[in-house]
Write a protein of this length. Sequence first.
Length: 405
Amino acid sequence: MSWPAAALLRWQFARAHELLEAAACPATATSYAQAVLCEDIGVSGVLAGGSPLALSTWAGRTGLSALPAMEAAIDWEAWARAVRIDLPAVRRYARAVYGTTDAYLTDLPDEVLPVRILTGLLMNTAMLVGRGRRVPAPPPVYTSGAPHAHTLISEEPTMDYPTVVTRDEWLAARKELLVREKAATRAGDELSAARRRLPMVEIDKEYVFEGPAGRVSLLDLFEGRRQLIVYHFMFAPEWDEGCNACSVVADNVGDLAHLHARDTSFALVSRAPLSRIAAFEARMGWTLPWYSSSGSDFNYDFHATQDEAVAPVEYNYRSKAELIEAGLPYMVSGETPALSVFLRDGDRVFHTYSAYGRGLEEPTLGMYHLLDLTPLGRSEEDGSSIISFIYHDGQAPLPDHRRPA
């Protein structure tokens, strides 16, 4: 099998795992556990020719009171009626299964049979947890830099359309919602005021960045203005392209003249070397100020890169142990999205605010606020999220954002 096909399978399984985790809750626990077991049996037991994790290294730790009989065709309905499920334990087992699948896919041999089995496992995931929706076909992955035709990631969503009523009935419902919208607006104003009243911390550490004009300091990023907003754009030094989700953020920024009119500068900061940033920025057609923090502690100090060999892991004000306990083990290493705000008083610089996770939606994703006004909304009920977007030039992200060696 060619490299692109193997890479696409890895991409699609990663998306299927996101769907599974997003749908996992007490109401779907049985279907969730069945999907994980099917993948464990299919990959470790059938394709790899070994024992499923549930019967070997994870025996007795799957969170399932009983496993289905595996000697013949499995009677899933009988198993579902009898099993008791410890969902947090099943999710830990699931992460081990996902890791085993990814390791298998990394070295997938050039055979047709595994592809058919793996495709069947993907469809099984969709039917069990996706409420009948297909796991979306992956968009094209390029290896030579030549663009491919844009492919929509999500199929047409299924939904219950709003009730059809008379204009007077609609107006009454709209006025009722307006009361709630006004209350939310006032609450948002109060929250913004509280955010502005947060205390601040003086930055006494010297940070050096590399920009188009050479080496600059954090103070230089203000460009003479009093305030600075930094978006920590996920772009690791070894990546060949920036994060596709962060690229959606950059697409949403727009012209900076209006921020400048309020004495505020904006900049992107990444750990990638400037040469890679410049090449990707040219591809995207952006003109935003973008600096490399390579060689400095900036990303680590503001918790946008997680590496406990450099600094204690912390994301969204949670420690490594808290992140794992919350079911977020993928946030404890590597690049993570963040935004930080700074204030300047003369040559003194102060840190006033940082946001992470969904706290980034309101300040950086205006398109989501527009979609929230529509009946279809964000169309992410199937577990997809901002990471499902491809680049605006129609390219899909490379697996791990790196070209094959």
